[in-house]
Design a protein around this ligand. Structure first.
Ligand SMILES: NC(=O)c1ccc[n+]([C@@H]2O[C@H](COP(=O)([O-])OP(=O)(O)OC[C@H]3O[C@@H](n4cnc5c(N)ncnc54)[C@H](OP(=O)(O)O)[C@@H]3O)[C@@H](O)[C@H]2O)c1
Length: 269
């Protein structure tokens, strides 16, 4: 008898009924992933620092029948973020999926950048990943200990810039590289004992308020990028939905500690 179960294959990509916590839900990618989890049948708890934007997202999603809620926090402040974990658990009882989608950059040459500006990027893109994954890990471990059932999925959005240096990016590349390695360490701490998978996805440029200017097909920047993109275009936030749902589902149970290329082939050229 060939050893694969039909029921498992038919349901392995499902996140139906799961509780997904999304940070940076106000951002270009965060709002798309939050809505995608909702469309896929998960209950969605959103966080960011901007309450007005989160309220508008909640109104839009609820109108589409998505069960969702939100709380604000600075993701680099542990005590502040713990309140988000508590609010999510108070509302939905548990956390099954964490998607880390917040981020920040302020490109500057090292010779002009202040130490404070560098530290701000490191806090926004690296320390904050430690803070949110640690706070959620404590909750997921508690769930495992209470129920005796292992499980939990964490997806951290980093960047192709975690693997490549770039002028003016000593803060961003360093913090994203740190977050990618952190994911591998978290997997060593959390997967075997508690069944919590921790992976990152590393996108190339995708459309957002900050990158919209790069999408002019006549611009030199765009043409330059296409020379490095075997897929033949730059990305849209929705390009990362499939990978994120996969890494949130049972289909990816054997994948942990990985920095998943999501770049349209950027690294192969
Ligand atoms: N766009 C791209 O081309 C691209 C490419 C590769 C990787 N990425 C990464 O993918 C993730 C999502 O990118 P995106 O373009 O969707 O981001 P985005 O729209 O620029 O921002 C995402 C959210 O991060 C929060 N944020 C901004 N500054 C912050 C800070 N200092 N501390 C904590 N949170 C802060 C903001 O939410 P609140 O104001 O509500 O807190 C914002 O809505 C980020 O980690 C980014 O670095 C982006």
């Amino acid at each position: 008898m060939v050893a694969v179960e039909k029921n498992f294959v038919n349901n392995m990509f499902s996140v139906e009924g799961k509780i997904a916590l999304v940070t940076g839900a106000t951002g270009a990618l965060g709002c798309v992933l939050a809505k995608a989890y909702g469309y896929a049948g998960a209950k969605v708890f959103m966080t960011g620092r901007n309450a007005a934007k989160l309220q508008a997202l909640q109104d839009e999603f609820v109108a589409e029948g998505i069960d969702c809620a939100f709380a604000t926090a600075d993701p680099s402040d542990y005590d502040d973020f713990q309140k988000v974990v508590d609010a999510c658990v108070a509302k939905y009882g548990r956390i099954d999926i964490l998607a880390v989608c917040h981020g920040f950059n302020k490109p500057q040459n090292v010779l002009e950048q202040s130490v404070e500006d560098w530290q701000y990027i490191m806090d926004a893109d690296c320390k904050s990943v430690y803070v949110v994954t640690k706070a959620v890990a404590h909750q997921m471990v508690k769930q495992v200990e209470e129920t005796g059932v292992k499980g939990g999925k964490m997806i951290v959005v980093t960047s192709q810039r975690s693997k490549r240096g770039m002028a003016n990016y000593t803060g961003y590349c360093t913090s994203k590289g740190g977050a990618d390695l952190m994911v591998s360490c978290l997997a060593c701490d959390l997967t075997a004992k508690y069944g919590i998978n921790v992976n990152s996805i590393c996108p190339t440029v995708f459309r957002s308020d900050l990158t919209e200017w790069m999408f002019d097909p006549e611009s030199a920047v765009y043409k330059n990028f296409l020379n490095r993109e075997p897929v033949g275009r730059l990305a849209e936030p929705s390009d990362f939905v499939g990978y994120s749902l996969f890494l949130s589902s049972a289909a990816s149970d054997f994948i942990t500690g990985a920095n998943c290329d999501c770049s349209g082939g950027y690294l192969v050229v």
